[in-house]
Design a protein around this ligand. Structure first.
Ligand SMILES: [Zn+2]
Length: 223
């Protein structure tokens, strides 16, 4: 356990400047048939199985999965993808404690921060595809602190970020909370998506994920 207590998160900012970064939206951001906003399914992602199996043990097509967070890219004024976000600083969205850090190889690293809210409850923010992470598990961070840079994934360089209302303190994706039957090699279960055979249980809200952009805006307006 850490010896210091993190400051409550009294205000939140985006991990990247929302004027310059944001989700890729098909028809607006470029030609790829994907939408990287929270909660959406992407027919353009095809039939390959990704991380989830159905009741019969068959892999669930990627196009059926629901996005549990948002993928933010570098955008121009018309919200079209422009250039490459690699190397750009990624910032803690609020005061908190670094509680998770995981290397996912060529896709960079995942950082998880626990935030104590003013009402005494907690939420967790997770940032995927980050490199050069200067903070360790147990580090206190403050809103706006750099927690790394956008990892180099070529033209696909982006940060997937999530807000969740759960974290068991040990596993990034405990089997009972990962979003149904997610396994993904047993290494990084769920990979930022949710799914279940029962439609009402398939969506990220069921598994305790919040719409991250909406969360930040509502927290700041509620003050
Ligand atoms: Zn994502």
């Amino acid at each position: 356990m850490p010896a210091v207590t993190p400051q409550p998160a009294d205000r939140f900012d985006f991990p990247l400047d929302p004027a310059r970064y944001g989700p890729y939206v098909y028809g607006v951001s470029g030609p790829a048939k994907v939408d990287t906003r929270y909660g959406v399914q992407n027919p353009g992602l095809g039939d390959d199985g990704k991380c989830f199996v159905d009741v019969s043990g068959h892999k669930v097509p990627f196009r059926l999965l629901y996005h549990a967070g948002e993928d933010w890219f570098l955008l121009d004024a018309r919200r079209q993808v422009t250039g490459d976000a690699k190397g750009h600083p990624v910032r803690a969205i609020g005061n908190g404690l670094v509680i998770g850090k995981q290397d996912i190889g060529s896709q960079g690293k995942i950082v998880v921060i626990e935030h104590l809210l003013m009402d005494g409850s907690h939420v967790w923010s997770a940032y995927w595809h980050v490199d050069d992470v200067p903070v360790a598990v147990g580090s206190i961070v403050y809103r706006g602190d750099a927690i790394g840079v956008v990892a180099d994934q070529g033209g696909n360089s982006h940060v997937h970020w999530e807000i969740r209302t759960w974290f068991d303190g040990t596993n990034l994706y405990p089997p009972t909370t990962a979003g149904g039957r997610g396994t993904c090699n047993g290494r990084v279960p769920a990979l930022g998506y949710t799914w279940d055979d029962i439609p009402a249980r398939a969506v990220p809200g069921y598994w305790g994920y919040l719409d991250p952009a909406k969360f930040i805006r509502s927290m700041n307006n509620d003050k």
